[in-house]
Structure formats: C-alpha cells, structure tokens
Design a protein around this ligand. Sequence first.
Ligand code: ASP
Ligand code: MG
Length: 411
Amino acid sequence: MTLIVQKYGGTSVGTLERIQAVADRVIATRRQGHDVVVVVSAMSGETDRLLELARGLAARPTEREVDVLLATGEQVTIALLTIALHDKGQDAVSFTGAQVRILTDSAFNKARIRDIDGAQVRKALAEGKVVVVAGFQGIDGSGNITTLGRGGSDITAVAMAAALKADECSIYTDVDGVYTADPRIVPDATRLDRISYEEMLEMASLGSKVLQIRSVEFAGKYHVPLRVLSSFKAGRGTLIIDEDEKMEQALIAGIAHNRDEAKLTIVGVPDRPGIAHGILGPIADANIEVDMIVQNVGADKTTDFTFTVHRNDYDKALEILQKTAGKMGAQGVNGDKRIVKISIVGVGMRSHAGIASRMFKALAGEGINIQMISTSEIKISVVVDEKYLELGVRALHSEFGLDKGAGKAGG
Ligand code: ASP
Ligand code: MG
C-alpha cells in the first residue's frame, strides 16, 4: 500500500464547508488505494486572532505561553476534520504534535524538529484509519508545547512524510502549481509538471513564493517527493523531486524575479586590500544581509563597489555607507531603490554553454541595460531598472522556449 501525506493550509480549512470538501478529497484518496495522513493548519485568520489576544494583554507575551495558545488553532482543525470524516463514514483519528511525539528543540515560536516517533501513526494506519495530525506544533524534551514558526505546517507535513517514508507529500494550497514565471507577469507562463529540489530552492529564494524554502530543503534532504497543488481546482500540480536525466534536457526551468532589493554604490574608493571588508563589515554588523556584489577597478587606482540589500534595509545601509565613505576617503555614495532582479534557473545550465550570452542578447534586444550580474551553477541573475520588469521577464520566457505552446513545458 502506498502512503500519501496531504497538507491543507488555513484557507483550505477556513470554513466548515471547506473542511467537508477536504474530508471528501481524503476519502477519495483512500478509495484510490492509498493510506492517508493529513496535516492541517489552523483555520485561516485563527493564528493571527490568537496572537492578537495575547498582545491585548502584554506587549511581549511569554514565548512559552504563546506556543500553548497558538497550538490550539491546529487542535481545533484536526478535531473538526476528523469529526467530518466520521460523519462521512470514514474511520479516522486525530493527533496533536505532542501525541505523535514530534520532538523539537526548545526554541519557542521557532522550534526545529529533531525527531518524530511515528509508532502511534503507523498503528492507526494499520487499523485502516485516516490519521489527522496538527501542523505547526511539537513538544520539546521537557514536555513543553512548541511551535515551528509561521507557516510551519508545511514542515510538519514534510517531516511526517520523511519519518513514515511516505510515497509522496502533497501540499494543497491556493495556487495550482509552480509556474515557469509569475502568470500575472507572463500570461503565457505554463505550469511545470516537475522540477528538481535544487531548482525549486533557487526559484523560492529568488522570489517565487509558492513554498517555504525550509520545507523544500527538508524534502530534498530526505528525498520526499513533494507535490504542490490547488485545493480548489482539479489538476496534478507540480512534483518536486530529485533531478533526473529527463530534466537535464530542459535548459531552463523558469524565470524568477524579485522586487524587494535595492542597490548601493560607494564610488572612488582607494583600491587596496581590505576594502571589501571595510565596506561590508559595518553592514553585516548592523545585521543587514547583502545579496549581489560587484566591484570594478577604475584606471585611476580607485574602485567602485556596488551591492544590493533588501529594500527595507536601504535607508539604514545608506547611512552606514555614508559614514564608511567618509572614513575611507571615497568620492561619494549613491543608491537606487528602483531596481529588480530577474533570474533564469535550470539544472540544464550545468551541461550547456552559452546560456548567459543568450540571456544577455535577449535583454539587449529589448534595449534593457544590465546593471549587475551574478551566477551560480544553476542560475543567472541580473539587476535591471524596475521599469523593465515585465519586458525582461517576458523576453527571457520566450527566448528559452517556455511560452505556452512552445513545446517543452518542464520536461
Ligand atoms: N497556523 C500557522 C500559521 O498561520 C501555521 C501554518 O498555517 O502553517 O502560521
Ligand atoms: Mg499557512
């Protein structure tokens, strides 16, 4: 018998009708001959509502008690879903994180899973039951209730699937899969049938917000086939799996973009050892994360040094950089918030040369000036003026044959 772990987020269990629809889907999956473990989130808005209550009493509510409080949200949903399953004639049992013994560390509000003792779940499955598990929560070594951080039910689902060696972990959400580009920008974007963990991680960290990065990492580490699909629309969604031969043929899996960055440049710094550290050290000390970095040496023995940070950190970074410029005797500082990062991602890049030049040619063809470039083994990113976002993403999407009807949608 195959085992499938299904995860339903807050919107999918947001009303009693939706909980009944989830019950129907679970029963349909059973009828197809699979064992099913269901992981659910709290009903939509519930976690926020509970947090509000705590904040109504204290500016900084005790972390341990916040977890005791938030864990109730998921406990409501497991009970309701199980009641719905019973009412439809399906044998089922619910478990909280503590009952399944999802053992975590003691970092309240952001705990990490250490181990799962799946014995009780296996026993219930063997008795023919559907098992309904509360997402987002666990228990630490001293018996305290913990939660895994916002959106943590995905992690519960992937971890359960890994512990039970499930055949697949299906994440039901409000999008019907992973697309070759954001469909709001590229109407011709197509849903990928499959994508590798690595590509998905790049897409996710580059701004495609379909799945939590942490759960994709976890799934990749334990080789759990992960499927993203819609709770509301029929379809097979996108399967995220280990890279295979077939994928190697698709040059580019998708185009990602990120509008959350801003660019800063320190101009005319005397070029000598230690400048990179001198510039970025104070930035790092202020806990600001730097993404892309470019340094050019000018003919006059000075250098311009450019880097990007999150837009929210821009003002703080600019202030720090101005001080650094004073100390270093630089000619000046400038910055630009109106940039976007556009990236192409694909494992096919490993075995094919010339992808970067095709990318640059396509952008040049649209008259788009590239301000910065960075590359990794399976991705190339460029920074351009934000007014070129749509044009740039569309140009690359068609250059790499990803448009609807262009033939090969995701291998
Ligand atoms: N209920 C939690 C939250 O809203 C966990 C989850 O939904 O995944 O963040
Ligand atoms: Mg959620």
